[in-house]
Design a protein around this ligand. Structure first.
Ligand code: IMP
Length: 444
């Protein structure tokens, strides 16, 4: 039997690491790309030639003709938003029919979910999470509370109406009595959602079965994580997290592909760090440096346009991500953003009440007080975007990457030095070349 490769791509920081580009670079070497968690809170930016695409719910593999894309059961779907994304892709010449498959078990984001998201954030005041306001958290709340509405329900009007009525009765009380917010009617939701059902029906299917058959016949699969390890519901900086399993374990539960069928995990990290929304961020930069990195890196949210908080590279975070995800290899993105820095800092540990912590602390209170301990690396002060091989990089940039690799304890596989596909260096001797031996030749 032909053996395909199945590899999970995860964000190793707080999201926005450049996973979209890494998936885009690897897609020509696989047959299928699967999203396994999150919703349209994600924004995966891919630049193809002069064209820029921002994808929110649909896997970025869709930009490659012939690549099949799956939205797995672990994803929450806002049908209006996904249809808008589909229409935009079709207008730009992308073929969806026969390439896009949506799990019957994926939960729907309903109009009351963004309303509850915003109302809850407003009530939290200073302790607000800084969510994207897309209703992702409330949709996962309903899933866990066993009152959620799934894609399959959309195809059965009677069942959909029953579930909607029960939800509206409950949500309206929460909205009016707890939040003093606007309520919803069944009819105002039923009609548009039945229209969406007509649109989406051809794409809704039993995706675990499909994936299993494809894998049996030797297809290679990429699992495209959204957000990042530090936003994981269990392993992230709770409660300042998103409401899904962003780490590699989520790839199994969120798709129905068993862990025994997954061959490897690739983590993506920026050469520095960003975070959007509230919550602890020990290596956050202050003042002018943060502004400089934000402007050079165009660090504004792809979904909300919010300025991202910027910080230095956290090796402690990466070691934690390596452990939680079982990272086999790491792709470093946006190295070019640091090209003009005289000194580059790497956080190697935290000082907490006189102790040096080298493992990422899970306690909210410790994280709040932890002071980063930095190692300074001399900046390379030269452009990196032209480099095709590691050897083309300035020696000091190479030294920076080697130090990151040493501190993370996992080999690097890719270094991205710009937004477009071929601004990518493939490193020697990484597991990536074992999984997809032709990656290097496809980029040169
Ligand atoms: P939610 O996912 O909208 O509930 O937001 C929860 C937290 O996750 C907030 O801090 C968001 O800024 C953050 N978040 C959600 N999606 C992304 C993403 O794609 N990139 C970076 N941060 C995100």
């Amino acid at each position: 039997m032909k053996r395909g490769r199945t590899v999970v791509i995860v964000g190793a920081q707080w999201g926005d690491e450049g996973k979209g580009k890494v998936v885009d670079v690897l897609t020509p070497h696989v047959n299928v790309v699967v999203r396994y968690q999150g919703g349209n809170n994600a924004g995966h930016t891919v630049v193809v030639g002069k064209e820029k695409y921002v994808l929110h719910s649909i896997p970025s593999g869709i930009l490659h003709s012939g690549c099949r894309c799956v939205i797995g059961c672990g994803v929450v779907i806002d049908p209006a938003a996904v249809i808008e994304e589909m229409e935009t892709l079709v207008r730009r010449g992308v073929t969806l029919d026969g390439n896009l498959f949506i799990s019957k078990n994926a939960h729907l984001i309903m109009p009351y979910h963004p309303a509850l998201d915003r109302a809850s954030e407003a009530k939290l005041g200073a302790r607000r999470i800084g969510t994207t306001g897309k209703g992702v958290g409330p949709a996962y709340i309903d899933k866990a509370a066993r009152v959620g509405i799934r894609m399959a329900d959309l195809l059965d009007e009677r069942l959909f109406r029953d579930k909607l009525e029960a939800n509206i009765a409950q949500k309206n009380r929460i909205l009016s009595e707890i939040y003093d917010a606007q309520t919803f009617t069944v009819e105002a939701i039923l009609n548009p959602y039945m229209r969406y059902a007509g649109w989406l029906a051809p794409y809704i299917t039993d995706t675990p079965l499909l994936l299993s058959k494809w894998m049996e016949s030797g297809y290679s699969v990429l699992f495209e994580g959204a957000q990042g390890t530090m936003l994981d519901i269990d392993h992230g900086t709770y409660p300042y997290i998103t409401s899904s399993s962003t780490t590699s374990g989520g790839a199994a539960t969120g798709t129905g592909v068993p862990p025994t069928r997954i061959h490897g995990v690739l983590g993506v990290a920026k050469a520095y760090t960003t975070r959007v929304g509230g919550g602890p961020f020990p290596t956050e930069m202050k003042g002018e440096m943060a502004e400089t990195i934000r402007e050079r890196g165009d660090e504004y949210g792809a979904t909300t346009g919010r300025p991202r908080r910027c910080g230095w590279f956290g090796a402690v975070v990466l070691r934690y991500a390596a452990r939680i995800n079982g990272l086999d290899t790491v792709a470093i993105t946006k190295l070019d953003v640091l090209d003009g820095c005289e000194t580059v800092k790497i956080c190697t540990g935290y000082r907490y009440r006189g102790d040096l912590l080298t493992d990422f602390p899970e306690e909210e209170t410790i994280l709040k007080e932890a002071e980063p301990v930095y190692e300074d690396v001399e900046g390379w002060m030269a452009p990196t975007s032209h480099a095709k091989h590691e050897g083309d990089l300035p020696a000091k940039a190479r030294r920076y990457l080697e130090r990151l690799e040493e501190l993370i304890g996992v080999p690097l596989c890719l270094v991205s030095t710009g937004a477009v596909r071929d601004e990518t260096i493939v490193c020697d001797d990484s597991p990536l070349l074992r999984w997809f031996p032709s990656v290097r030749s496809s980029l040169i």
